[in-house]
Write a protein that binds this ligand. Structure first.
Ligand code: GLU
Ligand code: MG
Length: 441
């Protein structure tokens, strides 16, 4: 008996869970043209399992998952061992109407439209990279943070994960042990806006796949243990003009951040509360975003300060490196419960709002934001991120600008999913919610 070659046609839903249907590889050509059936209510499935109550879709309607052939990933093509998992092949899809037009709730369409707007108004495109942290859920004692020992104890997982990610085309750059127990990080090379979010989806699926093959689970949960560091998603962004010249660099400006960059950053900070409903949207996300966790303890802009929501990472001067190409901003307030297309699309739109409104340059805070008194915090424009999902959803409800980027149907669906998560977590203590989410993400 020979096993069939399957290709999974998948999308990333509002809770950043990858769902889809598989087809025979031999029939992929046909499906690239017409897609496969999909159901609107799938977009109201919660990360907890059941579909959200009182969601706007109900039982009616039909859509298509339309594969984007440029996102095709094949990992382990040679892997045909009897009883083994076999190759992992997937193609990311847009969710479209039956006539092929974009569905108003499709996250990829949301990001595409944000990028189009940026291009139209500023002639700019985004170069981005999602920096993911994750933990292997192991019962064994963990080694010390950042050690070679921590990495070697889980070999061959690091080598297999890096190999599989390279095969998947996401350009992994490094592998290293992080601070928390069995926590690791694999930064990827930057790519164009849409591709960077695609890579975020692919990286997580491939890392989980390699762990699964080794009988382990890799979890990207925002916070696994409230006593330890969380798993962040730091979104690194640069803006380039039509000829590929970087737009965020200006040697004459503070921190070398151009006026455009300052306004872009100011827009993100101005909408930070509502943005967190889209970038850190789980019941455990707020607990990660507290001071002194090196996540994003405060809404402010800083150079090389890991407590800030927006950080300007260092520019290398070693070996004649080009400063202009390196200078970029890092949004540290995201996590893997966020749909990467909605997260990046919303951050880009917030930045664009800042440019439109010609917002003044945010002050650069080079101190620990938690040590500022109330008056200083006000002067530096430093605020706290919402501490809970309820609070960030309220901030979204109250921010007409950010809410307005989502179609009413998408907003209603999002609210129904998040309400279900808030309700399910309401009676549980944080440790228990972290444990449950650890098993989901
Ligand atoms: N684990 C930290 C977070 O939750 C990030 C630490 C770092 O890489 O700077 O975002
Ligand atoms: Mg890290």
């Amino acid at each position: 008996m020979s096993a069939a070659e399957l290709v999974a046609l998948v999308c990333c839903d509002l809770g950043s869970i990858v769902r889809g249907r598989s087809v025979l590889a031999a029939e992929l050509g046909e499906h690239l043209r017409t897609g496969i059936g999909w159901v609107p209510a799938n977009h109201a499935l919660t990360p907890l399992g059941p579909v959200a109550d009182s969601n706007p879709f109900g039982s009616t309607g039909d859509l298509r998952l339309l594969p984007d052939a440029s996102t095709r990933v094949l990992v382990g093509a040679e892997d045909h061992a009897e009883g083994g998992a076999g190759p992992l092949e997937l193609v990311l899809c847009d969710i479209v109407e039956l006539d092929g037009g974009p569905w108003e709730c499709c996250p990829r369409a949301f990001l595409r439209e944000s990028l189009r707007e940026l291009e139209r108004e500023l002639g700019a495109r985004v170069l981005a990279s999602f920096e993911h942290e994750f933990q292997l859920l192991l019962d064994t004692p963990s080694a010390l943070p950042f050690t070679l020992d921590a990495q070697r104890r889980v070999e061959p997982f690091p080598r297999q994960a890096m190999g599989a990610l390279a095969e998947a085309g996401v350009e992994p750059e490094r592998f290293f042990a992080e601070y928390a127990a069995h926590q690791f990080e694999i930064p990827m090379a930057a790519s164009d806006g849409l591709a960077s979010a695609d890579r975020s989806v692919v990286l997580r699926e491939v890392v989980r796949e390699i762990a699964r093959r080794r009988g382990m689970r890799a979890s990207f949960v925002p916070l696994l243990d409230p006593a330890q560091a969380g798993n962040g998603v730091h979104i690194h962004m640069n803006l380039l003009d039509a000829s590929g010249e970087p737009l965020l660099y200006d040697a004459s400006q503070p921190a070398q951040l151009s006026e455009l960059g300052q306004r872009f950053a100011a827009g993100i900070l101005a909408h930070a509360g509502a943005l967190s409903a889209l970038t850190a949207p789980s019941p455990v996300s707020g607990a990660r975003l507290q001071p002194h966790r090196w996540s994003a303890g405060a809404v402010c802009l800083a150079q090389r300060n890991r407590e800030a929501l927006l950080r300007i990472p260092p520019v290398l001067e070693l070996a004649g490196a080009d400063a202009a190409a390196q200078l970029h901003i890092e949004y540290r307030g995201a996590d893997a419960a966020a749909n990467p297309y909605l997260a990046l699309g919303a951050i880009v739109r917030a930045g664009l709002e800042g440019v439109r409104a010609r917002l003044p340059a945010p002050p650069l805070l080079e101190r620990d934001p938690a040590e500022l008194g109330a008056e200083e915090a006000e002067r530096f424009g430093v605020g706290a991120l919402p501490a809970t999902l309820q609070e960030s959803m309220r901030a979204l409800a109250e921010d007409d600008t950010v809410r307005g980027w989502l179609s009413p149907l998408l907003y209603d669906a999002y609210v129904s999913v998040k309400r279900a998560e808030i309700d399910a977590a309401a009676e549980l203590d944080l440790e228990e919610v972290c444990r449950r989410y650890g098993a989901i993400y």
